[in-house]
Design a binder for this molecule. Structure first.
Ligand code: ATP
Ligand code: MG
Length: 418
């Protein structure tokens, strides 16, 4: 037996309703905020992710699916969406058309991680980006949309955590202070942190190793080192969120696992998810587009993990869909006449099924029961001769015989009443 790849899940028909629900809510909630969908390839040149996410992040160091193609070019399955969207933005000179571009995407991402609950090697994200706005109003609009989205899918217990990571003016001063602090704790840090701390001390704060977390509890906070502009930006974001009644909490230790963030960063966390508690995350990336060779255009975005969202949804609200109709036929003539009747019902938009193999009535009824059809239609030689058909409601067993030419309106009535 050939099995699937570890950490890459099949989404089976019994589970698909929740995915459709999430996708339809994205398409309903995001457009009023001015967002259009963008679809980018799942494969990109490896250097795109090294340059944007950062060489010494966990993602680039350990988690990427990277391989040479047949011409020897190094390609990578995208571990996240923002880098690809920015590559497309620059490549298609989208900045020349619109001063502000708001884009969203939905699709699979790939990271070579240890699979466990809420952590997979192929997972799916819903992401959104506002490109071309420096104003803190953009941050608040994006966060408002994120919270509306959570509200629209019935999740009310996710908490928004907020921080600011400063900008190229104030970050170096903070890095310096952090580096001094880390140097004093080096002996208790994990080997990754010891290796990375000089080059990228912020990564130490994002380390998942318990010992490193404890050691960094009293680390200096970036919030105490923000320049005046970053302070004002952060204060405005907090004030406007409060005005919009969006609850949040400042988490001055959150640094995020990607290097490109500046100023506002955030996560949505839920205690219901166990140790993988972040269901969405994002932030501002004012230097990213320029660093990828584009114009100096700022941006801010988020990505929501769909598998973790689904873990938070009540799975019983998504029963697998039942057929409207199961057509039982008796005899060869009825089978063919029934088949053309069935085809007509399907064209009319009813979910209708039948058995093609001429099984016994009992076997056909068993199958109708198994698929939980709402109504069973019975077409035998007698009915056929009289141009009639029987309708049986599976829930209460009630039965009636109707003329075939009146079937469609009667079915619509009966189905509407179930
Ligand atoms: P974590 O701290 O859980 O490793 P992250 O910081 O690596 O998350 P991001 O890169 O910010 O995550 O991705 C945004 C969201 O995507 C996460 O909040 C999470 O919901 C989801 N996500 C990230 N990695 C995975 C994964 N391997 N499996 C499932 N979902 C994931
Ligand atoms: Mg991660």
């Amino acid at each position: 037996m050939i099995t699937g790849i570890k950490g890459m899940n099949d989404i089976l028909p019994a589970e698909i309703a929740a995915w459709h629900f999430l996708e339809s809510q994205v398409r309903e909630v995001f457009p009023p905020f001015g967002f259009n969908e963008i679809r980018v390839p799942v494969l990109e040149k490896t250097e795109l992710f090294c340059r944007s996410i950062g060489d010494d992040t966990d993602i680039v160091e350990k988690e990427m699916y990277t391989f040479p193609d047949k011409s020897g070019h190094s390609l990578t399955l995208r571990p996240e969406g923002t880098a690809s969207v920015m590559r497309a933005y620059i490549e298609h000179k989208m900045y020349a058309q619109n001063q502000v571009e708001k884009l969203y995407y939905v699709g699979p991402m790939f990271r070579y991680e240890r699979p466990q609950k809420g952590r997979y090697r192929q997972f799916h994200q819903i992401g959104a980006e506002i490109i071309g706005e420096t104003s803190p109003l953009a941050d608040v609009q994006l966060l408002n949309m994120l919270c509306r989205f959570f509200g629209s899918i019935g999740i009310r217990d996710a908490l928004l955590q907020l921080n600011s990571l400063g900008c190229p003016a104030c970050r170096p001063g903070y890095r310096q202070a952090l580096a001094v602090f880390i140097a004093s704790r080096l002996d208790v840090l994990c080997s990754d942190c010891r290796r990375r701390h000089q080059h990228n001390p912020l990564r130490v704060l994002d380390c998942k190793v318990e010992q490193c977390r404890t050691a960094c509890q009293d680390a200096p906070s970036v919030l105490d080192h923000l320049c005046a502009d970053c302070s004002t930006h952060f204060a405005t974001v907090r004030r406007l969120l409060t005005d919009l009644n969006i609850p949040f909490e400042v988490n001055k230790r959150m640094v995020r696992g990607l290097d490109y963030y500046t100023r506002t960063t955030f996560e949505m966390v839920s205690s219901r998810l166990g140790s993988q508690n972040a269901v969405a995350a994002g932030g501002r990336y004012d230097g990213l587009i320029a660093s990828l060779g584009g114009p100096p255009v700022p941006g801010i975005g988020f990505a929501i993990g769909m598998e973790r969202l689904i873990l938070m949804l009540n799975s019983s609200s998504f029963p697998p869909s039942r057929p409207d109709i199961f057509l039982v036929t008796l005899g060869d003539k009825a089978l063919e006449k029934g088949f053309s009747l069935l085809s007509g019902l399907q064209v009319d938009g009813l979910r209708a099924e039948m058995d093609f193999s001429g099984k016994s009535m009992k076997a056909q009824m068993r199958r109708a029961d198994k698929v939980q059809a709402r109504l069973v239609l019975i077409l035998g030689e007698d009915e056929l001769a009289r141009n009639q058909i029987q309708i049986r409601a599976m829930d209460d067993g009630s039965q009636e015989t109707v003329d075939l030419d009146r079937l469609l309106p009667i079915l619509s009535d009966r189905l509407a009443a179930i």
